[in-house]
Ligand binder design. Structure first.
Ligand code: TYD
Ligand code: MG
Length: 456
């Protein structure tokens, strides 16, 4: 048999017939490695391993004759997961769950397997049966129809899956799987590609949904990488800070729903707990009249989320003042400080500035600016801001308060949580003025207004 080899970029998966130093598609250096792609993937040989009884030959069909999928969704018994999947699990779909090592991917999916009332096959190439059992005991609730299988050969896995006919398959993780048709090491680009391709063929022919766990490279891409993202139907990312309990499950791609949804969990000693009211946890209840904190009415995905921002401003001891931010973009913090210095003459240039977003949650919503600015001024001037006030607005370079999306939703969430006042941008004020809310809505057009209204 002819041995064929090719070179692949280990960062982005691009292929080249010869070795090259710099990848033309992702511009990384020294990422090309040779991989042997033996035996041109023989379809017949693969079909000997497992053959679906349900398979029928595809013929062109009228669109009207095609049945809809929308009504057939599996309830995963996990409200947060159902939400990010767009209302439940679609039959025959492939879901990639990515995340950094130790964030809780195995826990999330084992928990899913244990909560189900259906037959689930959990395949692990990373842990032994005993280790999985230990974890399952820790999580509790036992599904009698949960099968554990530890193997890495994709042919064996699919043969067993075909015999067992489970309702859901979970693969932990794609980087440990190997296909006997390919000679390269597990986790290499060609292995990951081939194994995912086989899993996809299985899912589509048997209509069994498959969850695949994938590790993330240090740059944040799913290892083995971009090419996986377009093979699968749904890409979920599990993120959070290992030192905090909160975890966010984000949709990066979804063929069956929106990508705006997030699921929020907390990791505790008995596994992951669903958090349906995140705002209540992210604001510290104690009202100790300390300065330097302000509450932001932000929106993550489609959900309003009230988050506490904390700042500490203190005179710089060394020549260059320090700036540090956790959960917030450092460059954006520098920009906000420059705006405060230039437009309001506040002396941040002589001070060290530390900024922290509660709960270890990373916020990308620009509406948090106004709360950050308020927390900064509050710390600088040592003035306490009541925890009954919250803020939603983006701050522009000339010190203007810009409007943010879904402002009504933010106001309603603030009202629901019992806030007294919410500060928003005065842009299109008349639209908001016409509505009535259970919370006082106050409008700001510039940072100077904030100084007058809040710090006067
Ligand atoms: P794990 O699911 O193994 O992460 P991944 O598969 O993404 O690598 O989760 C690892 C962490 O979760 C581990 O550091 C311990 C913690 N953990 C808990 O805090 N409580 C629990 O009940 C479980 C099962 C794990
Ligand atoms: Mg794991």
């Amino acid at each position: 048999m002819k041995v064929k080899s090719s070179f692949f970029c280990s960062n982005c998966g691009a292929e080249s017939p010869k070795w090259i130093g710099k990848c033309p598609s992702c511009n990384e250096w020294n990422t090309y490695t040779e991989e042997i792609i033996e035996k041109k993937t023989q379809q017949e040989e693969k079909e000997k391993v497992w053959k679906s009884s349900k398979k029928e030959k595809a013929v062109p069909k009228k669109l009207d004759e095609v049945g809809t999928l929308s009504t057939q969704r599996i309830d995963t018994c996990d409200a947060e997961l159902n939400r990010v999947l767009g209302g439940g699990l679609v039959y025959g779909s492939i879901i990639l769950v990515g995340g950094q090592p130790g964030i809780g991917k195995s826990t999330l999916l084992l928990q899913l397997a244990l909560k189900q009332k259906m037959k689930v096959l959990y395949v692990s190439g990373e842990e032994s049966e005993e280790q999985i059992k230990m974890r399952a005991d820790r999580i509790g609730n036992n599904n009698n129809d949960c099968f554990i299988y530890t193997d890495v050969n994709v042919n064996n896995i699919l043969r067993e899956a075909n015999k067992l006919e489970p309702d859901i398959i979970i693969i932990d993780s794609i980087q440990t799987l190997v296909s006997p048709y390919i000679e390269s090491t597990p986790g290499s680009v060609s292995q990951v590609k081939e194994c995912t391709g086989e899993l996809q063929r299985f899912a589509k022919e048997t209509n069994i949904p498959v969850f695949i766990i994938g590790h993330i490279t240090k740059e944040g891409g799913i290892a083995g990488p971009k090419l996986l993202e377009h093979i699968v139907d749904v890409v979920l990312q599990f993120e959070g800070d290992q030192h905090y309990a909160y975890r966010i499950l984000r949709t990066l791609k979804n063929r069956f729903g929106s990508t705006d949804e997030i699921g929020i969990y907390a990791m505790d000693v008995y596994g992951l707990r669903e958090i349906s009211n995140p705002s209540e946890l992210l604001i510290s209840p104690d009202d100790s009249h300390l300065s330097g904190s302000a509450v932001a009415a932000s929106v993550e995905g489609l959900r309003p989320l009230l988050i506490e921002t904390q700042a500490l401003v203190s005179p710089a001891i060394y020549g260059t003042p320090q700036r540090s931010a956790t959960g917030f973009d450092l460059r954006r913090l520098s920009m906000l400080l420059a705006v405060l210095e230039k437009r309001c003459g506040l002396p941040f240039g002589q001070n060290d500035v530390f900024l922290n977003i509660a709960g270890g949650i990373k916020v990308t919503d620009p509406s948090i600016d106004l709360a950050v600015v308020t927390a900064l001024i509050s710390s600088l001037q040592d003035i306490h801001i009541s925890k009954k006030i919250c803020f939603a607005g983006e701050v522009g370079l000339s010190g203007e308060i810009r409007p943010v999306s879904r402002v009504e939703q933010r106001i309603q969430e603030a009202a629901r949580l019992g806030f007294d006042t919410i500060f928003v941008s005065s842009y299109k004020a008349e639209l908001l003025a016409r509505k009535s809310f259970d919370v006082e809505v106050r409008m700001l057009s510039r940072i100077d207004d904030l100084l007058k209204e809040v710090f006067a």
